[in-house]
Design a protein around this ligand. Sequence first.
Ligand SMILES: [Zn+2]
Length: 255
Amino acid sequence: MIVDCHTHINQDELGKFKELLVEEKLQGIVSNTTVEEYLQNKNFLNDEIENNKVKLSFGVHPWDADIFNPDDFIEIYEEVEVIGEIGLDNKWCKVPKDIQERVFVRQLEIAESLKKPVTIHTTGAEKRVLEIIKNFKMKKLIHWYEDDKYLDEYIKEDCFFSINPSYELNAVEQVVAERVPLERILLETDGTESLKWIGDGYLQFQYGFEDITLDESLYLLKESLEYIAETKDIDIKVCEDKLYENYRNLLGGNF
Ligand SMILES: [Zn+2]
């Protein structure tokens, strides 16, 4: 079973996404950044959530840290299986650092009190995120990690890492795949919008895609799986099973 451990689904993709879940071609964690998005996904994917084919996560993204207050969303944090994506971003947003940090830490406190795993965004703030998460004990998924300087310290913190399909373009992604132990590796796409954004259309060009829809996204997940199997020098089926076990482990094996 292929698992996309961090994705965002557009409204017009929901039908197709549900189809892939029902046909057992995919499982995963769908990230929600607003209440509206969360309620829509929860209603539409209700059966698949019940059947453990998909998990929802919710979190105030660092980009929105100056407009949302985590304490307004306690009921949602109680409902979801994963809290995220949360974190810090010093590269792609201008939200003041102190506000980002306050919102990030508050959500870590909530996750810890609810004993839930977190998905963490670290862009351009890898050092500070590392300092902060050392104070928290929950399971942590580091998504789209981009700085090999602190990688070993994150590994020491027993973090999980989700590898995205930019590895051929992005040398750090290769270092992550090589250095992180197999039992801490997961896969992600971050949604079709992110896949299109990688290297300004690099994946479309590289694979000859006219567009990137959920079909191409699934194809790229399979390519990533093959890449991890090669990197770790193991059989692809063994790798697939191992990554599924990692996913269950991240979620506390509770399905
Ligand atoms: Zn994301």
